[in-house]
Design a protein around this ligand. Structure first.
Ligand SMILES: NC(=O)c1ccc[n+]([C@@H]2O[C@H](COP(=O)([O-])OP(=O)(O)OC[C@H]3O[C@@H](n4cnc5c(N)ncnc54)[C@H](O)[C@@H]3O)[C@@H](O)[C@H]2O)c1
Length: 346
């Protein structure tokens, strides 16, 4: 399922030579076109015809309009069910490309070749595809698994630092919810740079992969991956509404701080442990002010989160470093208190 590519991309070549797709559609954005596509094309060793489809970079393009354009392009180029989509990019490309592939002609196969840290450790794994609509992130989408995920960590060399740091938040989350050693390894990194992170990418990928293998449709343990995301997503959506985008991972870091405090308020961890976790997260991330939004606005978005039902806000909360509980219904009072706690850190 996950292959760490060698310098010659031999695993990818072997895969393509076995699958023998009728045509390869490589979806890129302007940056992955420039920085990653030449490496991929330079290493492809087969006669499979291919088309390159480029979209502009950015979350703003993860829309139904772009999906429509992509369906039209696939149709113009007569993509059939034996065609293969190769999503070469960050989470926007893998979410969008996966969505388009899984819906075009009721589904054509696709593979992910993530090029951001977030894409590698999170977005490319687990089969969630989707687009944003009317300021709601990932509100339309499918569960559809890529045939394979290929990872070439060296793509991170050209990734802007802000994006690297964004992806690192998901790695920290993996440590906090599932693996104390992973957490300790990650927080021991002094300065975030690709070389320091490479050794830990595979562990993070495996943590996510293992969780989604047990619970693909998010009925139980997969919910633990939402740690930091209930509040993080709400805040991210509010920034999206004001056209001020914040990196996904920074929203998750903010969410993890609030939800670590919630774990204290719910008597799951003690305040000493929480203080330590929060200090470590803050070592890597700048403070993002949420004062422009009211707690009511944040709560309203959380209630609308597609992961909730019956109007209750459910959280995944840690009960120690390396373990996480899911389906914890939390009182609004405690949520507001955690948000105020965060605001007081500013
Ligand atoms: N499906 C899931 O399970 C899941 C999980 C987490 C996040 N996501 C989604 O992922 C998206 C965010 O993903 P992202 O942070 O990767 O953003 P992104 O795809 O927008 O990539 C970030 C930026 O980095 C550029 N870039 C990508 N690779 C590069 C490289 N190697 N060198 C230089 N520049 C490069 C891109 O062009 C873009 O400008 C969000 O839409 C989020 O909803 C999905």
């Amino acid at each position: 399922m996950i292959s760490i590519l060698d310098q010659n991309f031999s695993q990818l070549n072997q895969f393509l030579n076995t699958l023998k797709p009728s045509k390869l559609f490589i979806l890129v954005d302007e940056n992955t076109h420039e920085y990653c596509l030449p490496t991929v094309l330079g290493n492809l060793e087969n006669e499979i015809p291919f088309e390159i489809i480029e979209i502009e970079a950015g979350e703003e393009l993860k829309t139904i309009e772009t999906a429509t354009q992509l369906w039209e392009i696939l149709s113009e180029f007569e993509a059939d069910r034996k065609s293969l989509m190769l999503n070469l990019g960050g989470g926007v490309i893998t979410d969008l490309g996966g969505f388009v592939a899984s819906t075009y002609k009721r589904g054509i196969p696709f593979i992910n070749l993530p090029t951001t840290l977030l894409g590698m450790c999170d977005a490319s794994i687990g089969g969630k595809t989707g687009i944003d609509h009317q300021f709601l992130k990932n509100i339309v989408g499918t569960f559809a698994e890529p045939e394979q995920i290929f990872v070439f960590p060296y793509f991170l060399r050209t990734l802007p630092f802000v994006e690297l740091r964004s992806g690192f938040a998901e790695m920290l989350k993996h440590g906090l919810i599932a693996d104390e050693k992973h957490w300790k390894d990650l927080i021991s990194i002094e300065n975030l740079d690709p070389e320091k992170i490479y050794p830990f990418i595979e562990t993070s990928m495996k943590i996510k992969q293992k969780v989604v293998e047990i619970d693909f449709k998010e009925q139980n343990i997969r919910k633990t991956l939402n740690f930091g995301h209930t509040i993080g997503h709400a805040v991210e959506s509010l920034f999206l509404q004001t056209n001020q985008l914040i990196p996904h991972g920074e929203a998750v870091a903010l969410g993890m701080i609030c939800e670590t405090q919630l774990s204290v308020l719910e008597n799951l961890i003690n305040s000493e442990t929480a203080k330590n976790i929060i200090e470590k997260i803050r070592k890597f991330y700048p403070y993002i002010s949420i004062n422009a939004f009211s707690t009511e606005q944040i709560l309203a978005l959380m209630k609308n989160d597609k992961k909730n039902s019956d109007g209750k806000i459910s959280f995944s909360l840690i009960d120690k470093i390396g373990n996480c509980q899911f389906d914890r219904s939390v009182s609004e009072e405690n949520i507001i208190s955690a948000l105020h706690f965060y605001q007081n850190l500013g």
